[in-house]
Write a protein that binds this ligand. Structure first.
Ligand code: ADP
Ligand code: GN1
Ligand code: MG
Length: 371
């Protein structure tokens, strides 16, 4: 786990970047589970300039240099496409601000790795879907993101977290966490462990199809949760996809599934009242419609058919990751209360169980929308 930060360490990091003016204010920002994010305000001759400063989590992202090379290249690629279609590249994607040494990131003497992006102002991000129109926009934007990257040279992308969505190895990691049980927590979560173990057969459905060449490998985002997209305050349109740390070759179903997991659930990821957690079929339909539109005919018939499986598997995978982290002592996902990762695992499993109940309806929705 990363060390706590002092104000001096943060100020020292900010000073390494090419920012105009002088610092006014720095404060923690956002609800990400992985990086340490700060909103930094500068005074540039009387004008306020805002930036996002992040300490990258390098116990998770082992190679910050490679990661930042991906982010710099992908954002440059997207900026060009956005300009070509008459959009605003400064607001519709991230851009990497260089250090005074011309690097994409700064490594301090404590081996913290830092980066800075312009803060995309006058935007908001959703922790929960407030209306189906937003979720539709989000779906079109994630589908379009994948389509925009269809001609990106995938071979140049570094794998920032090996086997990130390779569910069979996530399952092996989960079983190891149960066996190791360093804090003696396993006995108290046996029903959750049993739920996960009972679904082993599902874990390799998508990877088997990928290995047989029946599902195409694409350049995907791989972390398409709702709060990784910024909406414009004025137009309330999905504006900019952020959190590009895991842009890597993957399956379209990963991006579809992770959004359903977060956006089509009737409750928050860490809701403790499980009676509030269900799959909202109407939101599932909304997202499917938007995603198909965003992908603009690029999905194969098998990808479309497997969309419900993408949703279920991404939810299940996240559940076993949360439960494994609870068993391992909360070393991966940031927690803000006792049993936070356990609460998160329970919502994911409740959602998986509800998808199993609604499986037929999910399949019917997908079939109907793909005709
Ligand atoms: P994590 O990997 O920890 O989830 P993110 O890169 O998603 O980190 O950033 C965390 C939060 O910070 C986001 O959910 C969003 O609210 C905010 N954020 C990140 N980058 C920007 C940006 N360039 N402009 C505005 N807000 C941002
Ligand atoms: C993490 O970085 P953030 O908070 O957007 C995680 C995702 C999980 C998600 C669960 C790099 O996403 O894989 O699905 O938490 N990101 C990484 O909320 O592990
Ligand atoms: Mg994020």
């Amino acid at each position: 786990m990363s060390q706590p930060l002092t104000p001096e360490t943060i100020d020292n990091a900010i000073a390494a970047f090419c920012l105009k003016g002088s610092p006014l204010d720095t404060r923690p920002y956002g609800n990400g589970h992985i990086n340490d994010t700060f909103l930094v305000t500068y005074d540039d001759a009387g004008t306020k300039q805002k930036y996002i400063l992040q300490r990258m989590n390098h116990s998770i992202f082992k190679e910050p240099r490679a990661l930042m090379e991906n982010v710099a290249n992908v954002t440059a690629f997207l900026q060009k496409k956005i300009s070509e279609r008459g959009g605003d590249p400064a607001r519709e994607t991230l851009s990497v601000i260089k250090t005074k040494n011309g690097e994409n990131y700064f490594e301090d003497s404590l081996h913290n790795f830092w980066r800075v992006f312009p803060f995309i102002d006058n935007t908001f991000c959703l922790e929960k879907v407030e209306n189906s129109r937003d979720f539709y926009d989000c779906a079109v934007a994630f589908g379009d993101f994948q389509r925009q990257l269809a001609d990106y040279p995938a071979g140049t992308l570094h794998e920032t977290i090996p086997r990130f969505h390779y569910t069979p190895s996530r399952f092996q990691d989960f079983k190891k966490a149960v066996a190791d049980d360093p804090l003696g927590r396993a006995a108290s979560v046996q029903p959750e462990i049993d739920f996960a173990l009972a679904r082993e057969a599902d874990t390799h459905v998508l990877t088997d199809l990928l290995e047989k060449g029946e599902l195409p490998l694409r350049v995907t985002h791989n972390d398409t949760k709702l709060n990784n997209i910024l909406f414009d305050n004025d137009t309330r349109k999905a504006l900019c996809i952020i959190d590009l740390d895991t842009v890597m070759p993957g399956l379209s179903l990963y991006d579809f599934g992770d959004s359903i997991r977060t956006g089509a659930s009737t409750g928050a990821e860490d809701e403790t009242d499980l009676s509030k957690i269900e799959l909202d079929l109407s939101l599932f339909e909304t997202f499917t419609e938007g995603f198909l539109k965003g992908c603009a005919g690029s999905l194969t018939p098998l990808e479309i058919k497997m969309l419900p499986m993408g949703a279920k598997l991404m939810t299940y995978e996240c559940g076993i990751r949360f439960l494994a982290d609870h068993l391992s002592g909360d070393v991966y996902f940031k927690i803000h209360r006792e049993n936070h990762n356990l609460d998160r695992a329970r919502t994911q499993f409740k959602l998986v169980a509800d998808m199993e109940k609604k499986w037929k309806e999910m399949a019917e929705i997908v079939t109907r929308l793909s005709l």
